[in-house]
Design a protein around this ligand. Structure first.
Ligand SMILES: [Fe+2]
Length: 254
């Protein structure tokens, strides 16, 4: 062979994670009941949704039991994903996740226009109810969420049918699935071509500094030997350094 492949790296990958929420059938049933009560009491708002009902953005602050249970499950999954992509178990030791979430009810014909979620780190959707007709439809785009590659397409993209050169990728998550992806990843939701409603919970997760933990860590450091040496004008003992394996106090300054 006249050549040898030395490396094939996938640069700028987009992590799209799918979790299954434990006991999702029970949670979904309860969620649908809670959402039904809210729809009767709340007018809803309009964002990327076309038709249907879009709740206010307070899903993670709601008192309803299933809202709270799912909020906790989403926070745990997003934290686990953050640690995994960072490759550090203590990645969130001094950081925290703040989430906004809302309910999307798509009626027949309802859809979401292409959009991303500025200002967040992760975004995602949890699937509460997917009409049976959409689940059974073998068309991979029927009712799908579709991710769009916003980089300009190389000439010949349509000729080279390679997975890594696709301009958009549709996905059809099942009920109980939590999909999480970078907030900058553009996406849209195909029209609901069934007669039943499709219900999802969408969210944004910001990664912010946990000031309480940062302060506690700084105070802990100040209490320790290293911190004492850093205190300006303090009367702490000078740090001891090792010379030739023996402990020796630093030279005094005159
Ligand atoms: Fe979205």
């Amino acid at each position: 062979m006249a050549h040898e492949l030395k490396a094939l790296q996938m640069l700028f990958p987009t992590p799209v994670a799918a979790f299954e929420i434990k006991d999702f059938e029970r949670i979904n049933k309860q969620l649908l009941e809670e959402i039904e009560v809210r729809r009767k009491a709340e007018e809803g708002i309009t964002r990327s949704n076309r038709a249907g009902w879009h709740s206010t953005l307070d899903f993670f602050q709601r008192p309803e039991p299933a809202h709270r249970e799912l909020s906790q499950a989403i926070l745990q999954a997003v934290a686990a994903l953050t640690r995994r992509v960072a490759g550090q178990k203590d990645m969130l030791a001094k950081l925290k996740l703040e989430c906004d979430g809302w309910v999307n009810v798509n009626p027949a014909g309802g859809y979401n226009i292409p959009h991303d979620h500025p200002g967040a780190f992760w975004s995602g959707a949890y699937y509460v109810k997917i009409p049976e007709a959409l689940q059974k439809d073998e068309n991979p785009s029927a009712g799908a969420i579709e991710f769009i590659d916003c980089r300009s397409a190389p000439t010949g993209q349509g000729l080279v049918k390679a997975k890594h050169f696709m301009g958009s990728i549709p996905m059809k998550p099942t009920e109980g699935t939590l999909l999480v992806f970078p907030s900058t990843q553009k996406h849209w939701v195909h029209p609901n071509s069934s007669e039943e409603e499709r219900v999802t919970i969408a969210f944004n997760a910001k990664v912010v500094v946990n000031h309480a933990k940062m302060r506690a860590a700084a105070e802990e450091q100040l209490r320790g030997g290293y911190g004492q040496a850093q205190l300006p004008g303090g009367d702490k003992k000078p740090a001891v350094r090792k010379v030739d394996g023996r402990k020796k106090a630093p030279a005094k300054t005159k």
